[in-house]
Write a protein that binds this ligand. Sequence first.
Ligand SMILES: Cc1ncc(COP(=O)(O)O)c(C=O)c1O
Length: 423
Amino acid sequence: MLDLAAVRAQFPALALTHDGGPRTYLDNPAGTQVPQVVLDRMGEALVEFNANMHGNFRTSERATEQSHRAHAHMAEFYNARSDREIVFGPNMTTLTFQMARVLGTRFREGDEIITTHMEHEGNNWPWRTMAAERGLVVKTVPFHRDTYELDLDAFGDMITSRTRFAALNVASNLLGTINPVKQMVAALREAGAITYLDAVQYAPHGVIDVQELDCDFLVASSYKFYGPHQGILYGREELLSSLPAYKLRTVPDVTPDRYETGTQSLEGQAGVIGALEYLAWVGREFGSDLRPADGELSDRTRDLRAGMRAMVAHEETLSARLISGLQAIDGVHVHGITDPAAFGRRVPTVSITAPGLDPAALATFLDAHGVYVWNGHSYALPVVEFLGIADQGGVVRTGPTHYNTLDEIDRCVSLVEQYLGAH
Ligand SMILES: Cc1ncc(COP(=O)(O)O)c(C=O)c1O
């Protein structure tokens, strides 16, 4: 079980105040705060070995070594087979546009691709752009408007002998639903399709294992899991090394270098190492009973998984309290899974609307009380369009993470109640 005081003490931002009162960060689905170790790692990279890679002098050698370490750590986080399967980039969206350009070369006019109405725009528009350029047919899996879960029958019907590719969301950044991607990837693989998973919203809230998922690509962003702004792509090595890469002549034609265009953010990669060190620390300190048994996994992967599971156990308590609290308020509608029996199929990202509610006005009211939440569509345009709520200002989105407390949840809920009672 997490020792919340010890956990919170790691995050300098949690000690800051808002007009003399506490700050309550419930904007975590958009980005989390960072622990001290991330700041230390980034500072170290910028002071002690702030040099470009591949030089024949000490600081450059250390920068090169650190970048190798960042790839190796992420390979352990994703359980990739090798660090050659890890590509760093500025963020998920940029990496996805890059991969759409690369993968587009594999497809022919009339080929079919599948995506869903549950995507973030970053896993939607790059593929629709690719489809428009290449004359591909796009099929979009709907979700049930009552359960907020994908319509798997419709998905099954969409797979044909022309299906070449699918871009799927692991967890929705608006609804919170965790999609059954393992099962979906298996069906797509059988049809010979390439699969691309968006794990940006899922990565802070669950264990990722690309070998178990058997996907071809998976992408996440470390600013959602306590690190700096960095996108990290997993790609199956055979594909990464055989697809065409849009690279400069000066870059060696090896994976992952051929995809890591230009000078990378080495301080960002240092911060990713720090974020994973933090996660492993949580595992060792508070997750000993949740550690996977000895087996094929590395020690670090086992620590990381123990850390993630310890976090998730606390987050489940927070999200249950948040959802039941919000639902009990007159007029509030939670757009996402609310059945406690199905909470294992959601992350703690919780979006609400209410009749006549201006989401921006409620977010502004909460901010006046030091509670930070998002309003609008949060780039989940496919979701708000499918739900028909794009024109009313979208939703108010709250999202606790492992460093939040039950008191913070209660305070947020009672402020929402106070606001709605007065408007
Ligand atoms: C599910 C999901 N996918 C993609 C993204 C885009 O990630 P990035 O900001 O790294 O481009 C986000 C960001 O909020 C997200 O939540």
